[in-house]
Design a protein around this ligand. Structure first.
Ligand SMILES: [Zn+2]
Length: 272
């Protein structure tokens, strides 16, 4: 990055990512529960992103401070609860490590501070959406809307595309997948996507612009097949499309030239 060069900047940014990754795990664990409780008019003074204090979901024991150190605690505790020895979900470790790696990639790819901060915001929201949808087949509206509105706001200054491209991208992202969903339902009586996917593609359209929608959908379809194999899904079983959309959106935003269908076809068939 031209603006922030130097080892100290990189170390500072990675420490920030190390601490934020831990908070993202709280969001991923608690947001789906908060949404379920919301449906039953639960009192959010007793359950929110801050309360109750971190505890083992199996034995309910409140954790000591040194059980909550990102990455290190998982290694020190050998992936088990200190009290009842129930295995701790590997996702905690994976999210914390992934966010540090994503921020490092963003740092090396961003040509300016504003683009780096935008990449970092996108990565944090997309990582939460990835894991929540992966685990629950559900994307909380608040995450999709934060991604959508921040994308539109950032592109009012034309950071990744013009404001007009961002608005049309958001509208067509939603309507395109909504139309495809109804086409699939009309022809096969099966639901191919969830409404969260329409909103997520709208958000990606707001960040990357209307011209990138087809590329994002193409990449997401390829990645969706790979993720289905990774998750050992059988034919006909519901598959979360959100994780594939998140990776496709990240690659399109941060590596627009590398992960580009048009560039691939030019290389395959020649530019002439
Ligand atoms: Zn326990």
């Amino acid at each position: 990055m031209k603006i922030m060069n130097g080892l100290y900047n990189l170390i500072g940014i990675l420490i920030f990512a190390y601490l934020v990754g831990s908070f993202l795990n709280v969001v991923i664990s608690r947001l789906p529960i908060i949404f379920k409780l919301k449906e039953s008019n639960h009192d959010f003074k007793t359950f929110n992103l801050a309360l109750p204090r971190s505890h083992c979901p199996h034995c309910q024991h409140i954790l000591y401070w040194w059980h909550n150190i990102p990455l290190l605690s998982f290694v020190i505790l050998k992936g088990q609860c200190y009290f009842c020895h129930t295995p701790i979900a590997k996702r905690y470790f994976i999210v914390e490590l992934s966010f540090i790696l994503l921020i490092a990639l963003c740092y090396y790819q961003a040509p300016s501070l504003s683009i780096f901060l935008s990449y970092a915001l996108f990565s944090a929201l997309a990582l939460c959406i990835f894991f929540i949808d992966w685990e629950t087949l559900f994307i909380p509206d608040i995450l999709n809307y934060l991604l959508l509105w921040s994308g539109l706001l950032i592109n009012t200054h034309g950071l990744f595309c013009s404001a007009q491209d961002a608005i049309i991208g958001a509208a067509l992202g939603y309507l395109g997948l909504w139309g495809f969903y109804h086409f699939i339902y009309w022809t096969s009586k099966k639901e191919g996507f969830g409404y969260g996917d329409f909103k997520l593609l709208a958000a990606l359209g707001a960040w990357c612009g209307v011209s990138e929608l087809f590329n994002i959908l193409f990449l997401a379809s390829l990645l969706g097949l790979i993720l289905a194999v990774v998750k050992l899904k059988k034919m006909g079983e519901p598959i979360a499309f959100g994780p594939a959309l998140c990776i496709a959106g990240f690659l399109n935003l941060v590596y627009p030239q590398t992960f580009n269908l048009l560039n691939w076809s030019r290389q395959l068939f020649g530019s002439g």
